[in-house]
Design a protein around this ligand. Structure first.
Ligand SMILES: [Zn+2]
Length: 337
């Protein structure tokens, strides 16, 4: 078997994927026909222009238009199931998916109903493919901390399978400290903590996030590479980085994959995972991420397998589940090499 075929067959973990950012292009056209924004796109070819971003802000605008196509809670079952089917096709065993609830609640959709349909999609995928998945609610910085606290209340009473929170959306100009109380409250509720940081703003934002929000993982973290002292701090605190290499390339957070700091993170002792973020929107999937790391940054099969094992350690699952995955990863790996 070629190295590339072996890499595709490696068992994998996905810790950073947005459900809405995973909508298949065919499904997006179908949703568009159901009503919603009625975007002027009818064919898969039309969508190529739609997915061509000029920068991070432009990407967020496109993302918001896709959000607008979800006009009923029930669509969440289909898009969650299809997201997990795509992940299964890359031999992903466990997914921690991101749900930006308020993007839809301000359009009139109901939190509990959306969570119900997401869990239906998860249950269907688990029954058919054996893949597991938990949910993290991205409170989205743009909406402010009051909305975030309201979402924590929703999670408390109706957040079945919601295990963590996150702050995504606009980064530059919204100081992490603004969310200190939100993270403190979430911590008291027993939720795990993540923050998108160091993707579209500088290293000072990452420092502030670590100090005031005390997350367990950081999404992207690209800017952290500029400061070895910060990386050492992340390593000491056991904070993992959810790297999203192809996303960083497409939004311009890095100029080329060869410049991606994933190795720099690992050399400083930080546990990393490899993730797709918004797969069809960035023309990627987990196999592509792994293959690109192999081609552009020289990652070996063994190194990629070790990233998988590290990702199990930093996942928000209990020890029994971690042990089950470790055994499964090792037994599949041994058969491949
Ligand atoms: Zn993200």
């Amino acid at each position: 078997m070629s190295v590339e075929e072996t890499i595709k067959k490696l068992p994998k973990i996905e810790q950073h994927v947005h459900i809405v950012g995973s909508v298949r292009p065919e499904t997006l056209l179908w949703l568009n026909k159901q009503g919603g924004l009625k975007l002027p796109y009818e064919t898969l070819d039309d969508l190529k222009d739609f997915y061509a971003y000029t920068d991070f802000e432009h990407f967020l605008k496109v993302y918001s238009m896709v959000n607008g196509l979800i006009t009923h809670e029930k669509y969440y079952e289909t898009i969650t199931y299809e997201m997990l089917q795509n992940q299964h096709n890359c031999n992903v065993k466990h997914v921690e998916c991101i749900f930006s609830a308020y993007d839809h609640m301000h359009r009139g959709l109901d939190f509990a109903d959306m969570v119900k349909y997401i869990n239906r999609g998860i249950t269907r995928a688990r029954t058919e493919f054996g893949i597991t998945c938990n949910i993290r609610v991205d409170v989205v910085r743009d909406y402010g901390p009051k909305i975030a606290l309201m979402l924590l209340d929703q999670i408390k009473s109706k957040g079945d399978n919601v295990v963590s929170i996150d702050t995504g959306g606009m980064e530059d100009g919204i100081r992490p400290k603004t969310y200190e109380k939100v993270y403190q409250t979430a911590r008291e509720q027993g939720l795990h903590l993540v923050a998108h940081q160091g993707e579209a703003a500088g290293v000072d934002y990452v420092w502030e996030c670590v100090e005031y929000l005390r997350p367990e993982r950081i999404g992207h973290g690209v800017a952290a590479a500029q400061d070895l002292k910060l990386l050492t701090e992340l390593s000491h605190r056991g904070i993992g980085i959810e790297t999203c290499p192809m996303s960083n390339l497409r939004t311009g957070a890095v100029q080329s994959l060869g410049e991606h700091p994933i190795r720099c993170f690992m050399e400083a002792g930080v546990k990393v995972s490899v993730n797709t973020d918004d797969p069809p929107m960035f023309a990627t999937d987990m196999n592509t991420e792994y293959l690109m790391l192999h081609r552009e940054l020289g990652f070996t099969v063994e190194e990629l397998h070790n990233i998988g094992l590290d990702s199990i350690e930093t996942s928000f699952i209990d020890e029994t589940e971690k042990e089950r995955l470790r055994k499964q990863f090792d037994s599949e790996y041994i058969k491949l090499v």
